[in-house]
Design a protein around this ligand. Structure first.
Ligand code: AQP
Length: 340
């Protein structure tokens, strides 16, 4: 256990590897805003553009567009650059510098066991990039270069957070220091794992080739309603109790989404909608989704009309971030024995 008192600090990020979707919103951004507004933490939120090229290299103009649009999405959803530090990862070079040290701390076996690596590399691991394999070490550096104590994430990132703790513990142990905190994951709420609208066994994801599988934060009201209307379901009515959703992944997913958007528990939602057929529930869900998402999407478009302002916000964020990261990197180098 760590004896050191670390400043309560939150770090989390999202890859600009594609457009934002409802899973990112409910699993991550909405909770970033909650933790920012609680006021118990200093909050740092990041577009992890270095991560975004690990699965495949993106067209440069696309990466630039995605990064700015993601920044607009964060702000439109309530991340306030006056309250949180909002950054683009590559503009704070200490992330990548610490990642190199962690590449030397982490073990190949640890990385090889990551389910995301196995899923994304697939059967052809030989052809995957070295960056994809090392992704969790860079993620550990993203978090630990801030000495972040808490990381709000979706369920899919739990294993990477455990690895972050393993890297911190090994570094501390190998150098006989108590320098990096053992960061706590914060995985909370009804929608920590939003599933594809077309297949309740698959996570909603930017890289799913089917656009109908996800609700994009830029979708208009008609598109949102159409995707929900066409979402895969089963023929039964909704249950009144949570246990009734067992073995009904698609039904569970739609109820989870409703609960996440309406800030209710699944049990509360089912108490209201139990007995309804999907013909009734889906339009209600569509109406709720449009009511919650349309203002964010409209604000995103307004922000994207002034990209120079987004760039200024990110430049300011990078400056603020480096006041935290530069001393932590300097101290890390001292501990490791780099001559400065
Ligand atoms: N479906 C999801 N449900 C709940 N949370 C989710 N997150 C992602 N998908 C869901 C959370 O969003 C944050 C940022 O994720 P990311 O974009 O950095 O990486 P990812 O998890 O790999 O997201 P995608 O959409 O699946 O991207 P691609 O397709 O590029 O790999 C994380 O907190 C994540 O938990």
């Amino acid at each position: 256990m760590s004896e050191t008192q670390f400043t309560p600090r939150v770090f989390s990020g999202i890859q600009p590897s594609g457009g934002l979707h409802l899973g990112n919103y409910l699993g991550a951004i909405k909770r970033f805003v909650d933790m920012q507004d609680q006021g118990d933490f200093q909050t740092v939120y990041c577009m992890v553009d270095l991560h975004a090229i690990t699965a495949k290299l993106l067209d440069p103009a696309t990466l630039r567009h995605n990064t700015r649009e993601l920044a607009a999405g964060f702000i439109a959803a309530g991340v306030n650059p006056e309250k949180s530090i909002l950054i683009n990862q590559s503009q704070v070079p200490e992330h990548a510098q610490l990642a190199w040290i962690f590449n030397c701390v982490a073990r190949m076996g640890w990385m090889g066991r990551m389910t995301q690596w196995k899923d994304k590399a697939g059967k052809n691991a030989e052809a995957a990039s070295l960056g994809l394999f090392a992704y969790p070490a860079l993620m550990a550096a993203d978090i630990l270069i801030y000495h972040a104590t808490h990381v709000p994430v979706g369920e899919d990132q739990k294993q990477h957070l455990e690895l972050t703790r393993d890297i911190a513990a090994k570094f501390n142990h190998d150098y006989g220091v108590d320098f990096f905190p053992l960061t706590e994951p914060v995985i909370e709420g009804a929608a920590t794992r939003v599933m594809s609208l077309r297949d309740g066994s698959k996570k909603m994801s930017k890289s799913d080739p089917s656009d109908a599988s996800r609700i994009n934060m830029t979708d208009d009201a008609d598109t949102i309603a159409k995707k929900i209307r066409k979402a895969k379901t089963d023929p039964d009515a909704l249950p009144s109790e949570v246990e009734g959703l067992k073995d009904r992944p698609e039904a569970r997913n739609l109820v989870n989404i409703y609960a996440g958007l309406n800030e209710q528990t699944v049990a509360q939602v089912l108490a209201d909608v139990g007995g309804q057929q999907f013909g009734t529930f889906k339009p209600a869900l569509a109406e709720l989704a449009v009511a919650k998402l349309a203002p964010i999407s409209t604000r995103m478009s307004e922000l994207m009309a002034d990209q120079a302002e987004i760039d200024r916000t990110l430049a300011k964020g990078a400056q603020q971030a480096r006041e935290i990261t530069a001393p932590i990197l300097k101290k890390t180098y001292e501990i490791v024995g780099m001559v400065s």
